[in-house]
Design a binder for this molecule. Structure first.
Ligand code: DNO
Length: 389
């Protein structure tokens, strides 16, 4: 596997030098300064690549070329945006960056309710708490029909939680949910998110899926022609939020995406933490089934709770079988004669960085370095067991 690290560009306080010292050889990044929907110019791509290579690293994966909401809903200027997307793929591939991650989540990108969930050892993790989300949806956003989306048990807890909520905590909860997290798309106010939810909700699940498949039909031929590999990132979390349709949450969703446009250019990102937030997604069997089309991996673990809530555990802890997953990925590499870029996805906020305001939620240095080191150990151990077989 290729050890990579997500870098947010020249303004990232975790510099390329630090990344190299953490032991990663590859970079995962995007042109974060280019607005969603705009064309990625070759000059910009090459300038970014030069910085990375100047530090002795390689640009392994673009995460992401974001897909504009108008493409997801197929409204407004979506045809122009698709032309830009195709040209961006071509430009990236012609500059030698061929693995492109993207997502097709409606309205909000990855979502958490609590960015400072204290663990027993006093480090902090990211958490999605169903009760808090429901309280926001029902009582703060006051979305029509919101109550129908939750169980009676959650409704009762959400009401009590909302009653106990002070203004500051409510503002933080709102910011966490709708203002956008690092590397995520979409930042909303209460008014703009309501409008976006209305636009997407009326598509329904199959309508939204049809839009994803139409997008694949639009862009996969370009990727194929220029030797690029698209890899769709799953929904995070992998279940409906705000009553919105979700189409990249389960093994069956992934199966349908690959079948919708069977081409080596149409692949998957195995985000272990996203797919793994559902107990019915067996990550090992998913990698075994989709092995030739997994082009990028996020290695992260979660501890799930009964009601759908979860928090991000240590990389080797939690409910997903990380060692089994690494073994399946190494098998996939051997079988297809490829190297798959992996990145330690997120990390806990540790004492040393607690007061550092430049640290992005989930993307500190220490926590990710710890994750990478642990995962590196697993990769080495499992690989050497392969060799000794
Ligand atoms: C969160 C990330 C997401 C991801 C995008 C992919 O940490 O996994 O922001 O990059 O959803 O398009």
């Amino acid at each position: 596997m290729i050890e990579t690290w997500r870098w947010f560009g020249p303004s990232d306080s975790i510099t390329l030098t630090k990344i190299k010292q953490a032991g990663a050889t590859g970079i995962v990044t995007s042109l974060h300064h280019v607005p969603t929907g705009a064309l990625w110019e070759k000059e910009e791509i090459l300038a970014h690549k030069k910085m990375i290579e100047g530090a002795g690293l390689t640009w392994e994966v673009i995460e992401s070329i974001p897909v504009h909401n108008n493409i997801k809903t197929r409204t407004g200027n979506y045809q122009t945006l698709i032309e830009n997307y195709k040209m961006s793929i071509q430009n990236a591939a012609e500059c030698g960056v061929t693995t492109i991650c993207y997502n097709f989540m409606p309205v909000v990108d990855w979502t958490r309710t609590n960015l400072m969930y204290r663990l027993p050892n006093n480090s902090h993790a990211l958490r999605f708490e169903m009760t808090d989300f429901a309280a926001y949806d029902i009582y703060v956003l006051k979305r029509e029909g919101a109550r129908d989306c939750y169980s009676d048990a959650i409704l009762t807890k959400a009401e009590a939680f909302y009653e106990s909520l002070d203004a500051d905590t409510e503002a933080t909860l709102e910011k966490n949910i709708i203002a956008g997290l690092p590397g995520g798309e979409g930042s909303y106010t209460r008014e703009t998110i309501k409008k976006a939810i209305d636009d997407f909700i009326q598509l329904g699940t199959e309508g939204f899926r049809a839009n994803l498949f139409a997008f694949l039909k639009d862009v996969v031929p370009t990727a194929e022609k220029y030797g690029a590999k698209l890899c769709i990132h799953p929904d995070d979390p992998p279940f409906s939020l705000f009553g919105l349709p979700r189409v990249v949450s389960t093994a069956e969703d992934a199966r349908r995406i690959l079948a919708a446009y069977p081409s080596p250019a149409n692949g998957l990102t195995m985000c272990a933490g996203s797919y793994g937030a559902r107990g019915d997604n067996d990550l090992v069997s998913m990698v075994n089934e989709f092995h030739s089309r997994v082009y990028f991996v996020h290695l992260r673990n979660v501890t799930r709770e009964e009601d759908g809530s979860f928090y991000e555990s240590d990389h080797l802890d939690g409910d997903n079988d990380m060692v089994g997953l690494v073994e399946a990925l190494l098998n996939a590499e051997a079988e297809n004669n490829i190297k798959i870029p992996m990145r330690p996805d997120h990390g806990h906020l540790l004492e040393d960085e607690l007061d550092d305001k430049s640290v992005k939620p989930g993307y500190g240095y220490m926590g990710r370095m710890k994750g990478l080191a642990e995962l590196r150990g697993v990769i080495h151990a499992v690989s050497s067991m392969f060799k000794n077989k």
